[in-house]
Design a protein around this ligand. Structure first.
Ligand code: NAD
Ligand code: TYD
Length: 356
């Protein structure tokens, strides 16, 4: 097997940490360089189990810092990029769209440009190189409450500043292929869940609020639908596509697992109550309907048949098992959660790497 030098951006975040772990464990002959700014969402505790591996390196870097990125490509002779670093929370994007444009659009552009300049300077050019961009199904907009699905041909129609910024970054990635011939792949995935997700997102937030007996804020009438995929299944899809995906292609990744928010919330409540030994229905009164998210997309659902057909990937975990594993993990890792809520981890990184 050939040796490779791969940058994984956003490796200290939720999905990125699972991708880094999988590559470090499965490919000892690859050098994995985790490039992460360590924003509020980045937490190196997510990678404790692999941080001392000889094929793993962490580099604290803002993807908007083009010069530093270009230097890193040269120092490490980078031949592959798996790009996950992003601002990722819709609610934050509504309050602070500039940060989303900066990181998701300009950050992606500076990463593309660093890859372009470095790869074009090599005698072999783009041969054996890959820029793999991780995106979201939210770029496709919202579906109605029927049986339609997002396919790779669905027209982009983003509604939130988050999805607009991700859509823009997807366009830049494709433009680098079409204009400069850079080998690129884009994948668009549905909602992920599992261990190490920052507790601003629905599932970890609600597990923690049930544990600490806080209200569960349900936006609007709770009837919005999301398609949920266990994060390790997403990481496996990324592994497959990185190695066998077709250059310049797009793949949708999804769980084939649609839930109305309110039904999902009831499953979470029942699972947490059962695992904590509470009587059935104990936490149901924590449900609190609140003002809807502005522009709240009604329904997301992915048609992942192309990925199944062409690369033989499909989700491995049943939802019941995935949610049980996930709830257990958060309940057994209270310290991880408390550390985030107290913001201790941010102080620690600022002392260690300097405040950026
Ligand atoms: P996350 O918010 O948990 O992690 C993002 C990571 O990026 C953090 O470690 C953060 O420190 C880092 N980062 C942010 N800005 C940076 C910058 N300027 N420079 C360097 N690093 C920076 O996000 P996530 O949920 O793991 O999502 C990862 C990627 O997958 C994103 O691109 C997101 O759009 C995409 N995605 C997420 C989901 C989901 O359900 N979470 C679904 C589909 C696609
Ligand atoms: P979220 O986890 O923020 O992911 P996304 O907005 O990217 O799909 O939210 C998932 C769904 O849950 C979404 O329909 C919004 C809803 N939601 C709530 O009802 N209450 C909450 O507190 C949060 C965070 C989300």
């Amino acid at each position: 097997m050939s040796q490779r030098n791969i940058i994984i951006t956003g490796g200290a975040g939720f999905i990125g940490s699972h991708v880094v772990r999988l590559f470090v464990n499965n490919y000892p002959h690859y050098n994995i360089i985790n490039v992460d700014k360590l924003t509020y969402a980045g937490n190196l505790a997510n990678l404790k189990d692999i941080e001392d591996r000889p094929n793993y390196k962490f580099k604290r870097l803002d993807i908007c810092d083009f010069e530093d990125l270009y230097q890193l490509f040269q120092d490490e002779n980078i031949d592959g990029v798996i790009h996950l670093a992003a601002e990722s929370h819709v609610d934050r994007s509504i309050k602070d769209p500039f940060t989303f444009a900066k990181t998701n659009v300009m950050g992606t552009l500076s990463l593309l440009q660093a890859a372009k300049l470095y790869w074009e300077s090599r005698p072999e050019g783009y041969e054996g190189k890959l820029f793999y961009h991780i995106s979201t199904d939210e770029v496709y907009g919202a579906l109605g409450f029927d049986d339609t699905l997002f396919t790779e041909e669905t027209k982009y129609d983003p509604h939130s500043p988050y999805s607009a910024s991700k859509a823009s970054s997807d366009h830049f990635v494709r433009a680098y292929h079409d204009t400069y011939g850079m080998p690129t792949i884009v994948t668009n995935c549905s909602n992920n869940y599992g261990p190490y997700q920052f507790p601003e997102k629905l599932i970890p937030l609600f597990i923690n609020n049930i544990r600490t007996r806080k209200p569960l804020p349900v936006y609007g009438n709770g009837e919005n639908i999301r398609d949920w995929l266990y994060v390790e299944d997403h990481a496996r899809a990324i592994e497959t596509i990185f190695h066998r995906g077709k250059i310049a292609d797009t793949y949708n990744i999804g769980g084939c697992n649609e839930w109305r928010n309110i039904d999902l919330i009831k499953v979470i409540i029942a699972t947490v109550d059962r695992l904590l030994g509470n009587p059935e229905g104990h936490s149901i009164d924590l449900i609190t309907y609140v003002t809807d998210r502005p522009g709240h997309d009604a329904r997301y659902a992915i048609d992942a048949s192309k990925l199944r057909r062409e690369l033989d990937w499909q989700p491995s975990l049943q939802f019941e098992e995935g949610i049980e594993r996930t709830v257990r993990w958060y309940l057994e890792n209270e310290e991880w959660m408390e550390n985030i809520i107290s913001k201790e981890y941010i102080k620690y990184y600022d002392e260690m790497y300097g405040n950026r």
